[in-house]
Design a protein around this ligand. Structure first.
Ligand SMILES: *[C@@H]1O[C@H](CO)[C@@H](O)[C@H](O)[C@H]1NC(C)=O
Ligand SMILES: *[C@@H]1O[C@H](CO)[C@@H](O)[C@H](O)[C@H]1NC(C)=O
Ligand SMILES: *[C@@H]1O[C@H](CO)[C@@H](O)[C@H](O)[C@H]1NC(C)=O
Ligand SMILES: *[C@@H]1O[C@H](CO)[C@@H](O)[C@H](O)[C@H]1NC(C)=O
Ligand SMILES: *[C@@H]1O[C@H](CO)[C@@H](O)[C@H](O)[C@H]1NC(C)=O
Ligand SMILES: [Zn+2]
Length: 533
């Protein structure tokens, strides 16, 4: 047998197997910790050497992503005309540089169809033009226009109608035909991305990780609710009527806060969403292809059909957050997590790693619902300004002490900073209850305790070999997340960090620790300004 052919077969066999799963967080800890830096001096640069990539998860899972991309090359949803033909329209749009020329181009194709004297097509066209008009004017579809003849006069009149729809006093139009096409393309592309992303979760299977993460969300949410709960069990209500957070009790807002927080759910309806996006994509693809075959008048018909499909489409950009990115979201009431978090909770060896990596992210997203700005309330009926000041003080102190390229502590960062502090504390509570006495037991393999591993796994999520920085957006405001090294080094806020690493009080890390912030719990500040309602 030809040796090259044999190699090719062997190669193919290897390529169809997904990469061997591994604990990429633990792997990165072993790889990137810089033992020349004392964890009590600068924890971030101790964990994250300058050799670390900009995004550890994405770098570590590169082969996984390549494999997924490879297997998706042949997926039907990656070969749809309704997505791929847009490029040729874009180039044609450049050829027809003015709107007028584009309109003329479209009008010409309508005229051609009409003059072919196929009544069916003409009626379909009429109803399409009707929908288009409604869409451009953002009105509900009106009664169909009266049937027209396909004689020369009839066609002229139809063409005239179409010209009016496309060009009519744009005052009536909330959108142009090209914007309609372009929006449709963006939406369809986001549906394809969603299909690919959901499929990725199956190709290198993280379904167990999704389940584990959902359990984590539910358990942490339960814990977070005990912070505000009046009592734990109905049976004990009389004897144990205690209130954990004074400011919540004081304002008598327990039920309101609980109502809001109990709405939180993880977005894990992958199957349903896959079905929705692929059903819609294939439906519009079919309509598009049917239209093209009906109106087959050469290259013009595809653009005309695209507009007609776009005008009857209900696609809107952004179908949930199903993503392979290393990111997580709180679109209250749903929280969602990118592929790496599920991967980590499925293939993590130690629970401490899973809680430090995925658990802190879960806590952070839950934290977005539990932490509000007192003068810009989003969900909660009240929030404490003192808590905010406390959090910002810590971030400012850490920024002052550890600034790399840049850092800042303005109100732009408040929500994210609060969610960070909240999330770390919440995840730590679960670490404590999981390990109990074993918290400070050393893991021989890693030469560190479970508690230390938790802090390491958390830091790994923010590692970058480049100097930490803050970004400004186009509107001049800061991008809301504090600099990576600041986000990690604020862990000195956590009273157990000092013990975990046996830091002396005069270490750099400990000197940057400010007053302990209690967001919720019996020690949380009592004063609270009532804002609205
Ligand atoms: C490790 O830390 C030492 C001491 O700060 C530093 O000089 C060195 O550049 C670091 N190495 C890497 C790879 O980050
Ligand atoms: C179209 O109308 C709906 C309500 O009928 C409205 O919510 C929407 O904002 C309008 N769209 C535009 C672009 O004006
Ligand atoms: C909970 O909040 C929703 C709105 O978010 C409201 O419609 C509902 O009445 C509230 N329920 C209670 C028991 O307060
Ligand atoms: C941050 O801390 C520095 C030094 O303590 C102080 O001068 C500055 O006003 C603080 N900035 C903010 C925004 O709190
Ligand atoms: C903690 O550090 C002190 C000195 O700062 C040292 O005496 C002690 O042995 C250390 N404890 C542990 C458990 O490493
Ligand atoms: Zn956030």
């Amino acid at each position: 047998m030809n040796i090259l052919l044999l190699l090719a077969i062997v190669h193919r066999c290897i390529a169809v197997e997904p990469p061997q799963p591994f604990d990429f967080v633990e792997d990165a800890i072993v790889k990137y910790v810089n033992h020349s830096v004392d964890p009590c001096d600068n924890f971030y640069r101790h964990v994250c050497s300058f050799d670390s990539p900009n995004d550890i998860a994405v770098a570590a899972l590169k082969e996984v992503y390549n494999y997924i991309e490879d297997t998706q090359k042949n997926s039907l949803w990656n070969h749809l005309d309704i997505v791929n033909s847009f490029k040729s329209f874009e180039s044609r749009k450049k050829l027809l540089s003015s709107t007028e020329a584009t309109n003329d181009f479209l009008i010409e194709s309508v005229k051609t169809i009409c003059e072919k004297k196929d009544m069916d097509s003409v009626h379909a066209l009429l109803s399409g033009i009707n929908k288009l008009e409604s869409r451009l004017k953002n009105e509900t579809v009106k009664k169909p226009r009266s049937k027209r003849k396909t004689d020369k006069a009839g066609c002229n009149s139809l063409t005239e109608t179409f010209r009016q729809v496309l060009t009519e006093k744009s005052k009536d139009h909330v959108i142009t035909a090209w914007e309609l096409i372009s929006n449709f393309h963006e939406a369809a592309t986001s549906y394809v991305n969603t299909a690919n992303s959901i499929n990725a979760h199956l190709e290198v299977d993280v379904r167990l990780g999704i389940e584990k993460t959902r359990d984590m969300v539910e358990e942490m949410l339960k814990t977070a609710e005990t912070y505000i709960e009046v009592c734990c069990h109905n049976v004990y209500k009389k004897s144990l009527y205690f209130q954990k957070t004074p400011w919540v009790k004081k304002q008598n807002v327990v039920s309101q806060v609980k109502n809001i927080t109990s709405q939180l759910r993880i977005q894990d309806n992958f199957g349903k969403n896959f079905q929705i996006v692929t059903d819609l994509l294939f439906t519009y693809e079919k309509v598009f292809l049917n239209c093209k075959s009906k109106f087959s008048v050469g290259e013009n018909s595809d653009l005309l059909c695209y507009i007609l499909v776009a005008s009857s489409s209900i696609l809107t950009k952004g179908k949930g957050h199903f993503t392979t990115e290393n990111n997580a979201y709180n679109d209250h009431p749903s929280v969602s997590f990118g592929y790496p978090y599920y991967y980590a909770s499925q293939y993590g060896i130690e629970q401490a790693t899973k809680l430090g990596y995925t658990g802190v992210a879960v806590g952070h997203e839950i934290g977005h619902t539990f932490f509000d700005e007192h003068d810009k309330l989003q969900y909660l009926p009240y929030f404490s300004k003192e808590v905010e000041d406390c959090v910002q003080n810590q971030y400012n102190a850490t920024c002052m002490e550890f600034k790399e390229h840049s850092c800042a502590t303005t109100n732009d960062f408040l929500d994210e900073n609060g969610a960070d502090i909240f999330g770390l504390h919440l995840a730590y509570e679960h670490l404590k209850s999981y390990y109990g006495e074993r918290l400070r037991t050393k893991i021989d393999r890693l030469k560190m305790t479970y508690e230390q591993l938790f802090f390491y796994a958390h830091a790994i999520d923010f590692c970058s070999g480049t100097l930490s920085f803050v970004d400004k957006k186009k509107n001049g405001k800061y991008e809301e997340h504090s600099a990576n090294n600041v986000r990690v080094n604020v862990i000195v806020q956590h009273p157990e960090f000092k013990k975990a690493f046996n830091c002396s009080a005069d270490s750099r890390m400990m000197k940057s620790a400010t007053k302990q912030c209690y967001i919720y719990g019996s020690k949380a500040p009592k004063t609270l300004k009532k804002i609205n309602n």
